[in-house]
Design a protein around this ligand. Structure first.
Ligand code: ZN
Ligand code: ZN
Length: 134
């Protein structure tokens, strides 16, 4: 495990602001929702949000939910494997899970099929515990 993964002291001001805004949100945020939250901090253009998001994603601090086109803070200290996101259809709550078996299956793809994965993310839709209770 890379113990520096959550070392946020080297982040730029914009990266820290974006990370903070995401941490404070209950749900994943799209770039424009983030921009709205950061207007008071002087953010004006989507690029001011996209660039830090790309960098934070590269550091493993945030993940991009492809189907929602939104970003969320990583739940873990640091992980190599494929994050699995359970997304509630009703309340929009998103929880992140890790599964070593799935991760090793994906890592074995080049050997099994010649396909070389670049990045991977799994998104599962359904109802969270709270919503399915009602
Ligand atoms: Zn994660
Ligand atoms: Zn729910």
């Amino acid at each position: 495990m890379n113990k520096h993964a959550k070392d946020t002291s080297k982040l730029t001001k914009n990266q820290s602001l974006v990370l903070e805004a995401l941490s404070g949100a209950r749900q994943p945020l799209g770039a424009y929702a983030l921009l709205d939250r950061l207007r008071d901090e002087g953010f004006k253009a989507p690029l001011q949000v996209y660039r830090p998001l790309d960098q934070l994603a590269a550091l493993g601090l945030v993940h991009r939910l492809e189907s929602l086109n939104a970003w969320t803070v990583c739940c873990a200290e640091s992980h190599q494997g494929t994050p699995i996101f359970a997304i509630c259809n009703d309340c929009g709550m998103v929880t992140e899970h890790l599964d070593e078996q799935l991760s090793s299956t994906i890592e074995a793809l080049p050997e099994m099929s010649g396909f070389v994965p670049d990045r991977s993310i799994v998104e599962i839709y359904g109802q969270c515990g709270e919503c399915s209770d009602q």
